[in-house]
Every structure is written in C-alpha cells, then in structure tokens.
Design a protein around this ligand. Structure first.
Ligand code: AMP
Length: 395
C-alpha cells in the first residue's frame, strides 16, 4: 500500500483529491471545517518536503456551473486552516487551470474550482481525467467520502500515474483502521449494529459474521428479530418481509460460533415523540399501542459486559432514537462502555453514518480509537466490497 512516505515531494506538484464538500450557511460561510482539517496532515507533509499542492474537490450537487456551489466560498477558511494563502483557479481544467498549476511554486497551494461543474467528473470520463492528470506530477487520493465512487478524479485519473500515485494520510488511516477490525484483529471482536432497518444492514451483517465473536443487534432492527422469534412487539418498527432473513442470520451465527446479543428489555413509548409516556418492558411483551424506541437497563447491563471483555469493537448504528433526548440513553451508555473499553486498551472503530453523529453529539469522539469520515464508503467496506478509489491506487 503506497502512502505519502513512499515519495519525496521536493519540487513536485502533488495533485490531491480531497473531500472539501463542507456545509455553508446562507452567506456562504463554512459552518464546519472538519473535512478541511482532516486533509491538513497530507498537505503539511507535502509542503514540508518542498513540494506544492493542487487540490481537487466537489462541493454539493450542482447542475453545471452554479455560482452557489463555487469552491471560492471556502478559500478564506481553507487558508486559515492550512496556514497558507490558498490560490484559486476558476476552472478545474482548460488554460486557466493549466496556467495556475504551471505558475505554482514549492510551498504554494492551489484550489481548483468544483469538479462537478463538469458532468464528466461523475461520468468517470477518461479525457477529462487525463486533463486533470496533466496538472500534477504525483496523484494523491485523500478523499475517503468519495472512494466508493468511480468518478474521474477519484478513480479514473489514477491510470495516468502508474507509478506516481498513493493514499493520503486520512485515507490510509481509514483503511488501516478497518483492517485492524476485520483482518488483523485482536480477539474477542465485537460488532455493534444498530440503526433503523435490517434491510440496510443485511450485507454488512453477512460479511462480518465471519470476522467477529460477538454481535450486538440494537435499534429498530431489534423488532424484526424479536417478532421472527415469536415475541410481541406492539407498534415497534418492523420489516415483516425480513423475518425469514433474521432467522437465517441467527442460524448462520450459531453455525459460525458467533454470539448474538439482542435487547431483552426496551424503553417503550405510546408515541414517536420526545414527550410520549414511557415504560420499561420485556422486549417480547410490548403492549399494542406502544413502540420500543431505546434499549432498556437490563439490555445495557448485558451489552456492557460484552463490550468490556472485547479487545476490538466496531460500532455502526445507534441503539435507539438518539435524536430525541428521551430515547438517547442507550446510545450514550453504549458510547461510554466503548470509551471505557478503549481506555483499557481495546481498539474501537465507529463508522457509517448515524453513530458518527451520535458520537460527536455526545462528546465521545476523542474517546474512540478511530471515527470514520465516510458514511457510505465505510458501509461499503464493511460489506466487503473493494472500493474503486482504493483499488485504483493499489493497482
Ligand atoms: P441507520 O441510518 O439505519 O443507521 O438508522 C439510524 C436511525 O435509526 C436513527 O435516525 C434512529 O433514530 C433510528 N432508530 C434507532 N432505533 C430506532 C427504533 N427503535 N425505532 C425507530 N427508529 C430507530
């Protein structure tokens, strides 16, 4: 796996695909610079070597060249975060881009205009990728959030740098963290899978059954399993057509020696509302008119024991409707157990969408070994797929 350390960037122009798809307010101010900060180590290393940097990114989903999606809006923030005056090219290809790239001196940083102003980007157009490639000497992919897309700047471009391509620091760390969970993991390995539906997690579950010792199933998925096993789930969320699948997962787990842990009690509510009446009930005896919206205290006790004995932990998906404070306790507690296990030496990876927002919201981010930056990309890796953006560098 080639990383920045395989290259000396002195007097070289590094062409870096970053993910600067940051949120902007109505005055086009960046409201969260996390993604720019995440790319800083890669940029710093190249500049420190004596190289220069050309940054390529998309912003939003423009239809053609729409001013409101111009990357010029992020220049001020990018300059502040990176500690250099970032230059800007008003097109990512053509004479404007070429001249700006040619004029670039060691220590300088150039940001190209939004790649998605050209339809060729998402179409994975080879000629467009070739034009982008002509701007730099070494191609670096540091955009995990788009690594599952075979776009021109994330995948197709790599063929024009047969020897001079590598992963940036961020992308390398994402890959290493996942490998530490699914490949070279220290046992016992526990996966916590929550979220709303079995159907959106089924491929993940199937793929990781071969790699874990324990699987905790929580969130809305719980009720499809409980109903399939003959429990009474009241008005809880359930995918009736996935009940067979749930039983099949349990059979497979048994065959592979994986211990499955499902909530035994839940916080049930008489409405999907923060102000609803609530009661703790047995997960198999939820009254009609009530729905399970969080894990109950006995379930949390059980999960705690499993988590604290684990040496490797993967967490994807909340244990309850954490967006409503009344039903956030299970998710917060689980986060605390994982934090405690991590402090005692376990490796913990949080990835794939909503659990990442939960971890950030509850201030647990720094207590996890690694929090992934790519929702869809991480889910696809957990499903066992080889992401095109990663394959293109490994080639
Ligand atoms: P996912 O995107 O599949 O990871 O699902 C995350 C969503 O699942 C969050 O928005 C949670 O509010 C929701 N969720 C978790 N537990 C439940 C539950 N028991 N009933 C309904 N929705 C839930």
């Amino acid at each position: 796996m080639k990383t920045l350390n395989n290259f000396n960037f002195k007097n070289k122009k590094a062409l870096i695909r970053v993910d600067f798809n940051v949120p902007l307010d109505e005055n086009f101010n960046v409201t969260d610079a996390t993604r720019i900060e995440a790319a800083k180590p890669t940029i710093d290393k190249i500049l420190a070597d004596g190289g220069s940097v050309i940054l390529m990114s998309h912003l939003g989903r423009p239809k053609g060249a729409e001013e409101k999606y111009s990357l010029k809006h992020i220049l001020k923030t990018a300059s502040e975060v990176l500690g250099v005056q970032v230059k800007f090219a008003e097109n990512c290809i053509g004479p404007v881009a070429k001249k700006a790239a040619d004029d670039l001196k060691p220590g300088e940083v150039l940001l190209l205009e939004n790649l998605r102003f050209h339809n060729e980007e998402e179409a994975g157009d080879v000629a467009f990728a070739k034009e982008l490639a002509s701007l730099g000497d070494i191609y670096v992919n540091d955009a995990f959030g788009t690594a599952h897309r075979a776009h021109a700047s994330t995948t197709i471009i790599a063929q024009f740098f047969p020897n001079d391509k590598c992963f940036g620091t961020l992308l390398a760390k994402e890959i290493e963290s996942l490998n530490r969970v699914l490949k070279n993991s220290e046992k016992p390995v526990t996966a916590v899978l929550g979220g709303s539906k079995v159907s959106s997690k089924i491929t993940v579950i199937e793929n990781i059954l071969d790699k874990v010792d324990h699987m905790i199933i929580g969130g809305g998925m719980t009720y499809t399993f409980v109903k399939a096993l003959g429990g009474k789930i009241g008005d809880s969320i359930c995918e009736d057509d996935k009940q067979e699948l749930a039983l099949e997962i349990l059979r497979l787990a048994k065959e592979k020696g994986v211990q499955i842990h499902i909530p035994v009690d839940v916080v049930a509510a008489n409405a999907f509302s923060n102000d609803a009446e609530t009661q703790i009930v047995d997960v198999t005896k939820i009254p009609d008119g009530w729905q399970g919206l969080d894990a109950g205290p006995k379930s949390l006790e059980n999960f705690k024991k499993v988590i604290l004995e684990s040496k490797t932990i993967l967490w994807n998906g909340p244990l309850g409707v954490f967006e409503l404070p009344t039903f956030a306790n299970g998710t917060i507690e689980l986060g605390n157990y994982i934090a405690e296990a991590t402090e005692k030496g376990a490796f913990s990876l949080v990835g794939g969408g909503d659990s990442v927002s939960a971890v950030k919201q509850f201030g647990l981010e720094d207590k996890m070994s690694y929090v992934s930056t790519g929702g869809g990309a991480m889910l696809e890796m957990l499903e066992g797929r080889v992401l095109p953006g990663i394959a293109a560098i490994l080639d």
